[in-house]
Ligand binder design. Structure first.
Ligand code: PLP
Length: 731
């Protein structure tokens, strides 16, 4: 049905399994998978930017036939294919053994973005990587999840900085033929085409599939010629600033997404909304039930008891509010099919504290039985922020739980650290058992010189990568030498290196370290103990304020006085993130508390033994233990918060971090530093993995929602889940 057999026509029969392998992102977190493609053609792998589909499209028939005649390659091919097949067998999975037969309980997961691999630019930042890591982990555990999202053909913003420091990005079209995605075809061999019910003129959706191990991800594409020109651009790119377009996106994602699963025959029991964007999915689920003769109240009740909603941010811009006028325009003809009045519908989406429109978060919270924030602190903040939805309940009893985010360990661990060092000192099965605390205690047995040398090698690789990019840029655009200096060519592998890399948004305070340039220069310019800072990150194209922040950072990087020790590296993406979280010495994180719901990039760094210097917000409140990095105890509030937070960071750098890093023994190693590195790994491995997180979602929510739906099938439509019907009596 998926029409991939016509791909790679040159591929000989003997190694035709490479076709399935290339289209399954399994290779992206299994080194043996990547190794097989590298073995096929090292140069092809490099030139394709580590993308096997692109590589197989380009390799000549001769190369493929030669591989077929090479016993060494074939041995590896057979071994890798056997592992791949055994991985894909769901019957031996954790979920199957501990929860239920996956056949009976699919979970439909909806998210506006997914960060899976740099070849698939369908993400803006943390939310996307969280979703991507979650899909991979669900695959590893055999959690029967099917995911829905968007194929943003213009998702990739190629960031370029002009000589005055202004981000002048251009969107690059996704090369669909060369990406590991395939279009879903119907029985007639034509692309399947699904109509979104609400819209007039109608919108038709085509669907692409990404195979993420055992998890299927379906991506919506509105670019079909069957659509009116203004509808073709709905899925063009993430988070447009135009509210009407955004509403149309969310209708397409939520309602269209449910239609797609229906058309593909995906039967699911649980719906998981990752953030408020896809919440209209609930309506379409209800509509399906109403159509089959169930009344609205009962349908809502049944849907609610099997719906999970995860909220990801306290930042106001993260909560979409649509005007009633816009809602009328799009939902006028849809509501009758739900047996729902306009007033009742709007009440479901009203935020009593600010009743200025239809609030997607308020709506999602009212229609889901299982609600969670993404760290302990974020749980408190969210309960406070939304307590008005439960006016009769004390704030601490507001039914919003938390599940702290985690990162997918196989995706973010450096391969050498995992395969060579951990395999040796933690035991060969460390990865399979990585949520066990006791395994990580063995990190203390790693000889200091091994960890130190490994890290220095990673740092050299990062700096080499940055220089390679700078050289390319200079060769191609022949830019102003000062721009080249600012892009990191003067970085020194021997200097203490701080990294700040993430989406540029004002609450993340990217310029905080630059508050007092005189003091910073004293820290950086110490001839005996030099310090350097690498910045990277993109600003949203419509966000002028963040572009100004980026410009300030860039202009400081350009200043001769800093001697190239402050660098801004363009085009932050998954690949650069890998180099950065493995290669810098300290990961810097200084958002404005309590705006960072969790943060995950710091977990990627600490997993690799890179300690964090962070304000106390998000996951760091749970992660920091006094031995594994540094906590910035600045100002809890007040006008001069930035100043005081910055000053606390300089203090830590001057008094603790720099002295510790340069306190090297005769063997050239700072043993005190390596101790901190070990503590970071020991804390992150068991506590902040996507495995711990996915198991928590399963135990806290999925299991109960599955039970609730089973009970409903055997009789009455109640029980299970959190009883939330009282809420609806009031509307
Ligand atoms: C992990 C990751 C993020 C999230 O970073 P935070 O600092 O946690 O917001 C953003 N972008 C990329 C490329 C990432 O890998």
């Amino acid at each position: 049905m998926q029409g991939i057999n016509d791909k790679f026509p040159h591929l000989p029969q003997r190694i035709s399994g490479l076709r399935d392998l290339a289209y399954n992102l399994w290779w992206s977190w299994h080194p043996e998978g990547r190794g097989l493609f590298k073995l096929l053609s090292r140069q092809g792998w490099y030139l394709s930017n580590h993308n096997p589909v692109k590589m197989l499209n380009r390799l000549s028939k001769e190369v493929l036939e030669a591989a077929c005649a090479d016993p060494h390659f074939l041995r590896h091919y057979d071994a890798v294919m056997a592992r791949f097949e055994s991985y894909m067998d769901i019957s031996s999975s954790w979920f199957c053994a501990h929860v239920a037969d996956p056949k009976d309980c699919t979970i439909a997961y909806f998210s506006a973005e997914y960060g899976l691999h740099h070849a698939l630019p369908f993400y803006a930042g943390g939310l996307g990587f969280l979703a991507g890591d979650f899909l991979k982990e669900c695959s590893d555990l055999g959690i029967p999840l099917v995911a829905v999202g968007f194929m943003y053909p213009q998702g990739y913003l190629r960031q370029m900085i002009s000589s005055d420091g202004w981000q002048v990005g251009a969107c690059e079209m996704l090369d669909r033929e060369n990406a590991p995605i395939r279009k879903m075809l119907g029985a007639d061999g034509n692309p399947i085409m699904i109509k979104v019910p609400v819209m007039d003129p109608p919108i038709y959706l085509e669907v692409w599939k990404v195979q993420v191990g055992k998890t299927s991800l379906y991506l919506i594409d509105t670019s079909s010629d069957a659509n009116e020109p203004w509808n073709r651009v709905i899925s063009d790119r993430l988070y447009t600033g135009d509210l009407e377009q955004r509403l149309r996106q969310e209708i397409v994602l939520g309602i269209g997404g449910v239609r797609i699963l229906q058309a593909l025959g995906v039967d699911y029991t649980v719906l998981h909304l990752n953030e408020g964007h896809p919440a209209f999915a609930v309506l379409e689920r209800i509509r399906e039930m109403v159509e089959s003769g169930i009344g609205f109240r009962d349908a809502l009740d049944a849907v609610q008891r099997t719906t999970v909603f995860t909220t990801h941010t306290p930042v106001p811009a993260g909560h979409d509010v649509f005007s009633y006028h816009l809602m009328d325009k799009y939902f006028g003809t849809y509501l009758p099919a739900l047996d729902l009045s306009r007033e009742e519908f709007f009440r479901l989406g009203t935020n009593p504290a600010k009743p200025d429109g239809f609030n997607m978060t308020a709506f999602a919270m009212r229609v889901s039985a299982y609600l969670n924030a993404v760290s302990k602190k974020h749980g408190e903040v969210t309960r406070q922020m939304w307590r008005q939805l439960w006016p009769d309940i004390a704030e601490e009893n507001v039914p919003i739980d938390y599940i702290t985010n985690g990162v997918h360990v196989p995706s973010w661990i450096d391969r050498r650290l995992g395969d060579v060092i951990f395999n040796r000192y933690l035991g060969r099965t460390w990865l399979e058992e990585h949520e066990q605390k006791s395994i990580w205690e063995l990190v203390d047995d790693i000889p200091d010189n091994i960890l130190w040398e490994h890290h220095n090698a990673m740092k050299s690789m990062l700096i080499a990568k940055i220089r390679e990019r700078a050289r390319e840029k200079w060769q191609i655009s022949g830019s102003d030498p000062r721009l080249v200096m600012a892009s990191g060519v003067m970085l020194d592998p021997a200097a203490l290196t701080l990294g700040f890399a993430r989406r540029f948004a004002s609450y993340k305070r990217p310029t905080l370290l630059l508050q007092d340039l005189t003091r910073l220069q004293r820290i950086i310019d110490d001839p005996w103990r030099p310090v350097q800072i690498i910045f990277a990150g993109k600003a949203h194209q419509d966000d002028q304020q963040s572009k100004l922040l980026l410009q300030s950072v860039f202009n400081v990087a350009k200043e001769q006085a800093f001697g190239g020790r402050i660098a801004f590296v363009e085009d932050y993406d998954e690949l650069l993130a890998q180099y950065m979280v493995h290669g810098v010495d300290v990961w810097v994180n200084n958002p404005l508390p309590p705006m960072e719901a969790s943060g995950t990039s710091g977990m990627k760094a600490t997993l690799n033994g890179v300690p964090q210097l962070s304000v106390m917000d998000g996951w760091w409140i749970e992660g920091y233990n006094g031995k594994n990095g540094w906590a910035v105890l600045g100002a809890p509030e007040g006008e001069d918060r930035d100043e005081r937070d910055a000053s606390a960071m300089y203090d830590l750098l001057e008094k603790e971090i720099v002295p510790l890093y340069y306190d090297v023994d005769e063997d050239g190693i700072s043993h005190g530093w390596v101790k901190v590195m070990k503590e970071t790994i020991k804390m992150t491995g068991p506590n902040f993995s996507a495995r711990r997180m996915a198991k928590e979602y399963t135990e806290k929510f999925y299991r109960k929602a599955i039970e609730a739906s089973m009970k409903a099938e055997f009789g009455r439509g109640r029980g299970g889940g959190r009883a939330r019907s009282d809420l609806f009596e009031k509307i």
